[in-house]
Ligand binder design. Structure first.
Ligand SMILES: NC(=O)C1=CN([C@@H]2O[C@H](COP(=O)(O)OP(=O)(O)OC[C@H]3O[C@@H](n4cnc5c(N)ncnc54)[C@H](OP(=O)(O)O)[C@@H]3O)[C@@H](O)[C@H]2O)C=CC1
Ligand SMILES: O=C(O)CCC(=O)C(=O)O
Ligand SMILES: [Mg+2]
Length: 415
């Protein structure tokens, strides 16, 4: 076991191991967690109670989770004088499955996103964000029950690579000169800020592979490649082309492309085949609003997936119930779609639903389906009883608005 400076490995509990491509989960796995900044502590306190109660109820003491706090963000800065210590990454790798609260990223300067950095250094290449409707949740659209999509967002490349140079800096000035002199790009003005959008064939293909495999494993009917390839031809356009190529090369018997559907099958999907289609990103946003039931799995580039995640979450009730997971073939760190919602810090007010549902995804990942089901049951019932946090209460007539901690208690009481 690695040596940790501030993180404490629980005495009870064992490591999740990995052999022959399969995860072996002990009855008391050690699971590292980051509490998060802003509303993170309020949310974590509520969420962990729900997870423990569900596991206890489902397995009557035969299974439990040994939680191990690891640090990032403000708490880590105070302890280690660094925002993301190596030992936090080490712990997520050593114990393989973890969960985290949101972390603050300054705008326009300061340190790089810790959330993005964690995904990159652990090579958690797929950000998986399921978006579905829970009965009784208020929604701005007429038929929110038609929304049932899973976003697979490429998580390590694109403009999130953090390759940017400030306008007027020596590096940006050199880059401008290079583009002008070596590549004949005449339109760049003096003082242009420069950002790079790196995307690779292997990076795009592994994301699309995961999305298609998910569709096959979960009986989903289509995978849509979302891109802005008409404008960014060799990055976003290549994402689309590599996606189709991978689908045909590796899943030929299981898929049909939308073009083939019309040219060979008169628009009728052959039995058991998954349709691979693509949509330009701006069009995808309107399709998601107007024809959501025609889309099931979305494979997206990094920035498009970030935008789509919040927009789709809004259609089914908002960021309070928008879960996610960052996954690779070996590791997984679950986290909500939302951020630190700083104005609600320490008010015990925010909706913990997204982290709770991210925990549901984690339990499912561990194979602990019974505990996951109990949490969903408790959450659905609390919402149907109109016992909800402020975000949902302000849209439900006759709702009983409860605090973060009380919402957790309401879920537990209804499991
Ligand atoms: N993975 C991560 O850790 C992420 C971190 N961030 C970081 O978080 C910080 C704040 O970002 P910001 O743009 O304000 O986005 P946030 O997602 O933190 O919050 C925006 C708004 O969304 C609503 N909201 C968010 N979370 C919840 C919740 N749990 N329950 C109910 N409503 C919620 C609130 O709306 P209302 O005002 O209507 O109540 C809130 O004001 C930034 O530093 C950003 O970089 C952002 C996204 C992801
Ligand atoms: O890292 C951040 O601060 C924001 C990231 C984000 O919005 C996301 O991953 O959805
Ligand atoms: Mg986001």
């Amino acid at each position: 076991m690695a040596q940790y400076r501030y993180a404490q490995v629980p005495e009870q509990g064992e490591k999740i191991t990995f052999s022959e491509g399969r995860m072996q989960v002990p009855d008391c796995p050690i699971i590292p967690f980051i509490e998060g900044d802003g509303t993170g502590p309020d949310i974590w306190r509520a969420s962990v109670r729900v997870f423990d109660a569900a596991v206890e109820k489902a397995y009557q003491g035969k299974r439990s989770i040994a939680w191990m706090e690891v640090y990032a963000g403000e708490k880590s800065k105070n302890l280690y004088d660094t925002w993301l210590p190596d030992e936090t990454v080490e712990a997520f790798k050593e114990f393989r499955v973890g969960i985290k609260g949101p972390l603050t990223t300054p705008v326009g300067g300061g340190f790089r996103s810790l959330n993005v950095t964690l995904r990159q250094v652990m090579d958690l290449y797929a950000c998986v964000r399921p978006v579905r409707y829970y009965d009784g949740v208020p929604s701005p659209v007429k038929e929110p029950q038609k929304v049932d999509m899973v976003i697979f967002r490429e998580n390590t490349e694109d403009v999130y690579a953090g390759l940017e140079w400030q306008a007027g800096s020596e590096a940006a000035t050199k880059a401008v000169e290079f583009f002008r002199n070596e590549l004949g790009v005449k339109i760049l003005k003096d003082g242009t800020a420069i950002g790079l959008k790196p995307m690779t064939e292997s990076g795009c293909k592994r994301l699309v592979r995961k999305a298609i495999q998910y569709a096959i494993d979960n009986n989903r009917k289509s995978v849509t490649l979302v891109h802005k390839g008409n404008i960014m031809k060799f990055t976003e356009g290549a994402f689309r082309d590599w996606g189709y190529q991978l689908a045909k090369d590796e899943f030929r018997d299981q898929i049909v492309t939308e073009d083939e559907l019309w040219s060979e099958y008169n628009g009728k999907v052959p039995e058991g085949k998954i349709v691979i289609k693509d949509r330009i990103a701006d069009s995808m946003f309107q399709q998601a609003l107007l024809r959501p039931d025609e889309y099931e799995v979305l494979a997206t580039t990094n920035l498009n997936g970030d935008y789509l995640s919040d927009a789709l979450a809004a259609q089914v009730g908002g960021l309070g119930i928008a879960p996610g997971g960052n996954v690779s073939d070996e590791y997984a760190v679950f986290e909500a779609t939302h951020g630190t919602a700083p104005k609600y810090t320490n008010l015990d007010k925010i909706n913990p639903g997204s982290v709770i549902l991210s925990g549901v995804m984690m339990l499912e990942h561990l194979g602990w389906k019974e505990a996951a089901q109990l949490i969903i049951k408790g959450l659905e019932k609390a919402i149907q009883d109109k016992v909800v946090t402020y975000d949902l209460a302000r849209q439900i007539e006759g709702a009983q608005e409860v605090k973060t901690s009380e919402f957790a208690a309401a879920i537990i009481a209804r499991m």
